[in-house]
Ligand binder design. Structure first.
Ligand SMILES: [Zn+2]
Ligand SMILES: [Zn+2]
Length: 319
């Protein structure tokens, strides 16, 4: 992954000249988590270097917005706040009107719905903002707001891993059950092989989760960042259920193909949409693994029905 310096370098506009003051403002800004007003950043800069003027901070913020390093957010306070997009995916906000703290979430279901609405209205969407105003849990219970906030990148990685792990578990269940059910020896071998692969991937993902826990022992306690309604119990859960009523091996392979295709698309589509982050990497790696499984299943399906004429519902090649 890019270091912060590489990241700034990469985003420098073509022909843009180096500026020591601007680079300092950018690196201080990138070290912050959360949502800063321009004045918050001015105060932070004053502690670093008294010679940096308010105008330089304002100009640099605007430059960062234009370069895609910073995003401007409006919490309805009569001034803008800024958050950085370095290892920080686009997200929505929950804003507490009692303590003024904001927290973040991301939901593919909400994003899909927003895209559908825009499309139905022939609207070319550039940016969607979802903000939920209200009272946070701490304020409702009269607790002092002390909950530490983890870096979004870490929470995002945790949630991406949870979804990938749930998918692997349901995939393992699917192929293990499939291997018991199919009669054709070759199909049985494929299901066994895929079950073994899911098991291995699962171990890798769980080791990565352990790594996160070592880096931050509180990792499980942060609120969920990534919401996926359909994916939370694993994308193969429905297929595993369908396997119970399967009549022949061809149909079993076909269910596997549908599940792998749906899973590949899911992880690719969201992985590509996320901004540079560990979560993005987890999704894209997973999409590649699912694609390999899909290709293997399609080859096996074709081998199994090789002597038959192509029939309705035979699998399409991998898109
Ligand atoms: Zn609050
Ligand atoms: Zn935010």
């Amino acid at each position: 992954m890019d270091s912060q310096t590489d990241y700034i370098e990469r985003l420098r506009p073509a022909g843009g000249k180096r500026s020591g003051k601007r680079d300092l403002v950018v690196s201080v800004f990138l070290r912050q988590e959360g949502h800063l007003s321009a004045d918050d950043l001015v105060d932070l800069m004053r502690k670093e270097d008294k010679r940096i003027s308010r105008a330089t901070v304002y100009r640099t913020l605007q430059w960062m917005v234009d370069a895609g390093i910073a995003r401007k957010v409006d919490f309805g306070e009569g001034r803008f706040r800024f958050e950085h997009s370095y290892r920080h995916p686009r997200h929505f906000h929950l804003i507490c009107k009692a303590c003024n703290r904001s927290s973040e979430f991301l939901s593919s279901d909400v994003e899909v719905l927003l895209a559908e609405i825009a499309e139905a209205r022939g609207f070319m969407a550039r940016q969607s903002v979802v903000q939920i105003y209200g009272t946070c849990e701490d304020c409702q219970k009269g607790n002092r707001p002390t909950r530490p906030s983890a870096a979004t990148d870490t929470v995002f990685a945790r949630d991406a891993l949870r979804i990938a792990i749930a998918t692997e578990r349901s995939g393992l269940e699917f192929y293990t059950r499939g291997a018991r059910l199919v009669r054709n020896p070759r199909a049985r071998d494929v299901f066994r092989r895929l079950a073994a692969e899911e098991q291995e991937h699962l171990a890798t993902l769980e080791a990565r989760f352990e790594q996160l826990r070592t880096e931050d022992p509180d990792i499980e306690s942060y609120p969920t960042f990534l919401y996926f309604k359909g994916a939370s119990d694993g994308l193969f859960a429905e297929g595993a259920e369908k396997l119970r009523q399967v009549v022949d091996d061809r149909e079993a392979l076909m269910i596997g193909i549908r599940c792998e295709r749906a899973s590949h698309r899911f992880f690719k589509r969201y992985g590509e949409r996320f901004e540079d982050s560990e979560g993005k990497r987890i999704f894209l790696e997973f999409a590649t693994e699912e694609r390999e499984h899909l290709e293997l299943l399609i080859r096996e399906y074709r081998a199994l029905v090789g002597h038959e004429r192509p029939r309705r519902g035979s699998p399409r090649p991998v898109a």
